[in-house]
Design a binder for this molecule. Sequence first.
Ligand SMILES: *Cc1c(COP(=O)(O)O)cnc(C)c1O
Length: 393
Amino acid sequence: MVEGSGARITDADGNRYIDYVASWGPMLFGHSNDRIKQAVIEQAARSMGFGAPTELEIRMAERIGELMPALEKVRMVSSGTEATMSAIRLARGFTSRDLIVKFSGCYHGHSDSLLSKAGSGLLTFGIPNCPGIPEALARMTLTLPFNDSDAVTRTFAEHQGKIACVIVEPVAGNMGCIPPAPGFLETLRTVTARDGALLIFDEVITGFRVASGGAQALYGVTPDLTTLGKIIGAGLPVGAFGGRADVMAMIAPDGPVYQAGTLSGNPLAMVAGLAALDQVSPTVYSNLELATRKLADGLADAARRAGFSVACNQVCGMLSLFFGTESVQDFEGVMKSDADIYRKFFHKMLNAGVYLAPSAYEVAFLSTAHTADVIDQTVRSAEQVLSEIKANR
Ligand SMILES: *Cc1c(COP(=O)(O)O)cnc(C)c1O
């Protein structure tokens, strides 16, 4: 790809596409958003970075805290991977416990502890367990089925007082889009609190995508720690973690849990992220929700009219289409969907000028630049493409 503007991008051969990858999520306001672009240009003229704190980091932390009050203290890092890795270390340091719980199909970046049965690329390429991770470390990660509250309760009963934290994508977004089952996040909250373990919401995707307060606001469940990335950098490399002040006080130099980063809080990333978060408002999310629903309904209708059974899951700004199934609520459901039809759908949509994620297990991301016209055009392409796929079967 070589350039983008709003909802559209252009590749090196000059082909134009409607973009639903959105740099894997960060482009909430579309490509080359004026305010974000201008902020980056002005900051680049001042300096790219000092290795010393700037007021920008403080403003970023304050803005995050306004939008997500559970983040009483925030530490900036340079990627989502760093955010989750550091949050896990902090949870282990704070609780003096080693075990962690994650869910199959959730992806939390590529640090050693978090790659077991992970989503995203590992799911696409069929890598359930990544070589290179010491077995002693892998044993410290307990992987449970997403949306299975009983499994969580059972696991805590079995390992009472041994689990440092549960980390979860509050809306799974790396095995396709799977909203939390009613009561699932609440169970995680209750069970962790009872056992003295920490609850970490990995909101690297959902943070400022599904609501102005993230998934924790949308579902009304408050975690101890939250990890952020993607949208808060608006396309530049960034991550953050934060949460309860007493827990965050354990991080060096206030406390003994070490964490540092040469480019953390980098001014370019901060101005880009601030220019994005300054544009966040309730209207942004009500419009995004409408656009997402319109696209989801349009795609699901088109698929059904072409004779495909399909499940279309959506939460504000993110959606996925699972072929060959009526309902997908967990990792098993994802694995039962027909990735082969998706593959054909992806390639034909690409030829028709619509760039979806090149994997049946990644979601489509919308931006504020995905207007009704853009969505209508996408649905028309999908109708055409799906009838062709049907005819060739
Ligand atoms: C993308 C992602 C990460 C990792 O972020 P990087 O910036 O790619 O390291 C972590 N958690 C979730 C939920 C993600 O979607």
